[in-house]
Design a protein around this ligand. Structure first.
Ligand SMILES: [Zn+2]
Length: 167
């Protein structure tokens, strides 16, 4: 019986992320979620989604242990997608066995209304733009240069700065 998450467990998310940074000796941006996924045994493939499915950014297939990414999205968006789906892969194995599993296959919104989506978004944010790296670089750098440095979108940098420093 699945113990359905009622609220996001951000401490657990951050702890898993810290473990990954330590395991792979990641101390400087940019963080490459594709390399991390593959090292964790999670395949990443860039594919063409046809028709209706073309609005999907990506999804994680628990049975194949594989992340599918829309090959037509912008590279920075793909980076986020891979990190987000890796979050599902590492945090939500139990969920795979549940009836909610199919929701993942239609993972197109990343709107963060669902507990699991919130956790996957937090996972991606802390994985790609960890506080300890931001501490080193955020002062004196524009959001545009931070976006380049961390290889994430400007909105993501803005979100991280607001979250960590309230700016
Ligand atoms: Zn998701």
């Amino acid at each position: 019986m699945l113990d359905v998450l009622q609220a996001p467990d951000y401490q657990r998310v951050k702890s898993v992320v810290r473990g990954i940074h330590a395991e792979f000796g990641i101390t400087e941006p940019p963080v490459n979620p594709v390399e991390i996924s593959r090292s964790k045994g999670v395949s990443v493939v860039f594919v063409e989604f046809s028709g209706e499915a073309n609005r999907i950014s990506g999804f994680f297939d628990f049975e194949e242990n594989m992340i599918y990414v829309n090959k037509h999205e912008f590279p920075l968006r793909q980076t986020f997608t891979v990190a987000h789906e890796l979050g599902h892969a590492l945090l939500h194995q139990d969920w795979a066995a549940s009836e909610q599993y199919k929701i993942l296959l239609r993972d197109s919104g990343y709107d963060g209304t669902d507990v699991y989506e919130k956790e996957a978004n937090a996972f991606a944010a802390h994985l790609l733009v960890p506080r300890f790296m931001l501490d080193k670089y955020w002062r004196g750098n524009s959001v545009e240069s931070l976006s380049k440095l961390f290889a994430v979108s400007v909105p993501m940098i803005k979100n991280r700065l607001a979250f960590e420093y309230g700016v």
